[in-house]
Write a protein that binds this ligand. Structure first.
Ligand code: NAD
Length: 243
């Protein structure tokens, strides 16, 4: 909904990925002034449409729309973003079909790099519902020892310097610097921040961090493309579940 430029880029990338995978997709680009009732009616139509297996509402929505009401309206079996409370609860108990795409992408990067999470000190900076919290659950399910830091955390550096696996999801450019990282740590940068010069940068100061880390993800690249790949995976799963 509306004309958020970042949302436009994300939606285009998702449509492109669907086309590349052979997944049929429909886009509904609603004007910013569309009412909540109208948006809910569209979600209801898509919930009932048999040829649609997955639905996502690109966030953020305009201020007059209640995000929670919208997320709750999506059929949990078609909730490929895994934001619905039913799917959030399933992740908590470790018995889930859909995993939120960004934390799932982080786990895939860790696995494919041959890194074993079991017993490792995992520190996440950020506690949002879409990244930090589900990330904590997924690392816990892999037997990591997990610490979640946030804006009220005292002595942040003491926590981050303990991390064998450090995930940054803060939304502040270059926030994590090399001196905050334990030598040999695996550093995963979830942040996507646009600087004044229009360049993209992560939450980790790549140049100083790469000198200390044993493995590190770049921005752009790294977690961003993995998020979209995991969305495709969830959509395929939804197609199987919904028959
Ligand atoms: P958010 O704004 O919802 O949450 C930010 C978190 O950072 C909060 O929990 C807050 O407590 C914490 N924080 C803020 N200041 C802090 C400080 N000084 N010290 C410690 N913690 C602090 O953000 P989000 O939605 O989780 O996104 C985080 C970043 O990840 C953003 O840059 C966003 O663009 C990016 N993102 C990337 C992807 C992707 O596909 N790669 C997906 C989602 C979000």
């Amino acid at each position: 909904m509306g004309d958020d430029p970042a949302s436009r880029v994300y939606v285009n990338n998702k449509k492109k990925a669907c086309a590349e995978c052979g997944i049929y997709s429909e886009e509904y680009a609603l004007p910013g002034e569309t009412s909540q009732e109208e948006l809910l009616r569209l979600i209801d139509t898509l919930n009932k449409k048999p040829e649609i297996s997955g639905i996502l509402v690109q966030l953020p929505v305009p201020k007059h729309i209640d995000e929670k009401t919208i997320i709750n309206a999506i059929d949990p079996k078609k909730d490929v973003d895994a934001f619905h409370p039913v799917n959030v609860g399933k992740i908590m108990v470790g018995d889930y079909d859909f995993v939120p795409c960004t934390p799932a992408g982080v786990m895939e990067l860790i696995k494919e790099s041959g890194i074993d999470v079991a017993g490792k000190e995992c520190v996440i900076v950020g506690r949002s519902n879409i990244v930090g919290k589900p990330q904590a659950m997924l690392l816990l399910h892999q037997n990591g020892t997990v610490t979640v830091c946030h804006s009220k955390t005292q002595n942040l550096k003491e926590h981050t310097r303990r991390a064998d696996i450090l995930v940054a999801a803060v939304g502040i450019p270059n926030f994590i610097t090399g001196d905050m990282i334990k030598p040999g740590a695996v550093v995963i940068d979830v942040g996507i921040n646009r600087l004044e010069n229009k360049k993209l940068c992560g939450d980790v100061e790549f140049e100083s961090a790469k000198e200390v880390a044993s493995a590190i993800t770049p921005v752009p690249g790294g977690v961003g493309p993995m998020t979209i790949a995991m969305l495709m995976k969830n959509t395929l799963k939804a197609a199987v579940i919904n028959g």
